[in-house]
Design a protein around this ligand. Structure first.
Ligand code: SF4
Ligand code: SF4
Length: 292
């Protein structure tokens, strides 16, 4: 049976995406987990995993100057379109895009492109399964490649361990890292909240899932804080034939769980059972049909 890859996404950060992902983990039982929010990873804070492997991630190539050959002609300073060579003729690594133009114009052959570390990638054990997560060095822009590597490793682990589900905490927004989180998954869970910007973000991210022909299911977080906006979101979902799989009311206990670095579901089991999270998980584990 093919691995069921479920990605949890949202149009922007702070909508409850990671709270939901962490709460699904104990209910899925035998699942591998991937945190693809590599710019601001925080799933590990709630799952408290034990790290078993850590590696540097070489995601790009950057210019390096051999000062023994450099004649300080400054041609590289003028040629770099990204402002990545300082007036002191030093490469500003966070700005360097690895285009190689500086090496092309250098009359002394003093510049080469070399592999550069842009982040770290970790493999860790949680109480519920193996988790792959990563951290991009602030300022580096190659998060799509790092996300793809997190997914690749998590998928390999899931297949080796015979897991049926790979649960992915996706990147927020609609950039290239989100596309990397989504490409080829079985189903997308879109978390939104009842505000105008929540509806706008839902529309943007849903269009991405539709372009990728992915079955989507919506979760409305804190649905009771603005009932009129919740109604608008429900109408939007009906119009676009997107099922609303779960509606989570505001609950102080969820905030307390996060503050205390606990999995919200375990901290508020009765609350989550009351709102139907078990049925929601069963739906996620079933084969998507036209209604999803
Ligand atoms: S490789 Fe491209 S971006 Fe980097 S310093 Fe050279 S010219 Fe600038
Ligand atoms: S182009 Fe080459 S020789 Fe000229 S300043 Fe840059 S590194 Fe030095």
């Amino acid at each position: 049976m093919a691995l069921n890859e479920i990605v949890v996404i949202s149009g922007k950060g702070g909508t409850g995406k990671t709270i939901l992902t962490a709460s699904l983990v104990p209910l899925l039982k035998k699942a591998a987990i991937a945190d693809c929010d590599v710019d601001a990873p925080d799933l590990h804070i709630l799952l408290a995993p034990k790290m078993v492997q850590k590696e540097s991630f070489l995601g790009t190539r950057k210019a390096v100057i051999d000062y023994n050959r450099c004649s300080r002609c400054r041609k590289c300073v003028d040629a770099c379109n990204f402002g990545a060579v300082s007036s002191d003729i030093e490469i500003i690594t966070t700005k360097c895009e690895g285009c190689g133009v500086c090496g092309y114009v250098c009359p002394e052959g003093a510049i080469s492109l070399q592999d550069a570390v842009v982040g770290e990638i970790y493999s860790s054990d949680t109480a519920y399964g193996r988790m792959v997560h990563a951290r991009l060095i602030p300022g580096e822009g190659t998060s799509g490649k790092l996300v793809a590597e997190v997914r690749r490793r998590a998928k390999r682990i899931a297949e080796e361990r015979g897991d049926k589900v790979l649960l992915i905490d996706g990147s927020p927004g609609i950039g290239c890292n989100v596309i990397s989180s989504l490409t080829g998954v079985s189903r997308a869970v879109i978390v939104t909240e009842p505000t105008m910007s929540g509806l706008h973000d839902l529309d943007r991210v849903y269009r991405v899932t539709r372009k990728l022909s992915l079955p989507a299911i919506v979760v409305i977080n804190k649905f009771d804080i603005l009932p009129a906006m919740t109604e608008k979101i429900v109408q939007y979902c009906e119009k676009n034939h997107i099922p609303v799989g779960l509606k989570i009311p505001f609950h102080r206990g969820i905030v307390d769980a996060v503050v205390n670095r606990n999995i919200p579901y375990l901290y508020n089991r009765r609350f989550f059972d009351t709102i139907g999270i078990t049925d929601f998980v069963a739906r996620l584990c079933s084969v998507p049909d036209d209604g999803d």
